[in-house]
Design a binder for this molecule. Structure first.
Ligand SMILES: NC(=O)c1ccc[n+]([C@@H]2O[C@H](COP(=O)([O-])OP(=O)(O)OC[C@H]3O[C@@H](n4cnc5c(N)ncnc54)[C@H](OP(=O)(O)O)[C@@H]3O)[C@@H](O)[C@H]2O)c1
Length: 299
């Protein structure tokens, strides 16, 4: 195992967190995966198989959380939730890391560039901004990994690639570049950042930088049939649709309600959240999953 001081991973039972565990294990990096009481035996076993020392911790027990972080070189958070998790639980994790003398922390950001977007425009990014203020005031070095949207958005429910209608739906400009990175590429990169003692405050990565027009041409090529562009409207109209969607959606604790996805799309389509000066090659050249890779299998 590499490294005298292990890395601590929080949120390893989650989608991205599980992939970070696999990426750390593949690199033979010693790491502890913090799991909450009640985590299934199967989930613990899968983290152990990835190479983790599984540590059961109650986030409300400050002493236990501090000892779980003791001796670590970096705490990596892949927690997911709203304020109670991203500020509350992640805040407790941060306090524990500081109390244990850990020098580095990677917050669960993994998003478009929220340092450039407008407060109030995107609920989930506002929460990240709140945590940023908190961590920047703490005696610990933070590195946020910003990766645009997870690339599975291109094949999932997000209304971008409309296969049946042979259209790429977009808002604003057909030439606006959008950032997509596969979850595995993000996880792989985070495993490098976790070991990088000189990592800066922000690292920006994007596996696929692609505009709606380029998506249409990729899909035309892959499907062997013309995919056209379909402009839903301008950014102003999208904002109006978001306001209506927010007004008619019952309040819930969902992390990604439809209107939140639309807020995310607005930050991408307006270019406000675009990642500039990418750090893709910081750890040497690597093969990134492209938009074509993502779209090809089911085209
Ligand atoms: N850029 C994008 O397009 C994009 C898309 C999706 C997600 N993300 C981001 O990626 C990160 C990870 O998301 P994910 O989809 O991997 O999340 P996920 O699968 O929902 O996993 C969330 C993790 O958080 C833990 N968790 C939830 N509530 C908790 C609490 N109260 N206390 C402690 N742990 C708690 C879960 O643990 P348990 O299993 O114990 O509940 C789980 O390990 C988040 O920052 C998310 O916003 C980005």
């Amino acid at each position: 195992m590499k490294g005298n001081n292990p890395i601590v991973l929080a949120g390893g039972t989650g989608d991205l967190g599980g992939r970070i565990a696999t990426a750390l294990g593949r690199r033979q990096v010693a790491f502890r995966a913090l799991v909450r009481p009640g985590t299934s035996t199967a989930m613990r076993a899968s983290l152990e198989t990835a190479g983790a020392a599984v540590v059961e911790t109650d986030y409300d027990d400050a002493d236990a959380l501090r000892s779980a972080c003791a001796g670590a070189s970096c705490v990596v958070s892949a927690l997911n939730g709203l304020q109670p998790v991203m500020i509350g639980m992640q805040g407790k994790l941060l306090d524990a890391a500081v109390a244990a003398g850990v020098s580095r922390f990677i917050p669960s950001d993994y998003s478009l560039d929220f340092t450039k977007t407008r407060p109030g425009d995107n609920r989930n990014l506002d929460v990240r901004r709140m945590f940023m203020a908190r961590i920047d005031a703490a005696p610990i070095r933070a590195t946020s990994v910003l990766n645009g949207a997870f690339a599975n958005l291109l094949t999932g429910q997000a209304p971008i690639v409309l296969r049946k209608r042979r259209r790429i739906l977009y808002w604003g400009s057909a030439d606006q570049q959008l950032d997509f990175t596969s979850k595995d590429d993000v996880a792989d990169y985070v495993a490098e950042v976790a070991q990088d003692e000189s990592a800066p405050r922000f690292l920006r990565i994007s596996g696929a930088v692609v505009s709606p027009r380029q998506l249409a041409s990729i899909m035309t090529e892959l499907a062997g049939e013309r995919f056209g562009l379909w402009r839903a409207g301008g950014i102003g109209l999208l904002s109006m649709v978001i306001r209506v969607a927010c007004a008619v959606t019952p309040r819930s604790d969902a992390v990604f309600p439809v209107w939140q996805g639309m807020q995310y799309l607005r930050d991408m389509s307006s270019g406000r959240g675009k990642l500039e000066s990418l750090d893709n090659d910081r750890y040497g050249p690597r093969t990134w999953t492209t938009a074509r890779d993502i779209l090809a299998p089911s085209a």
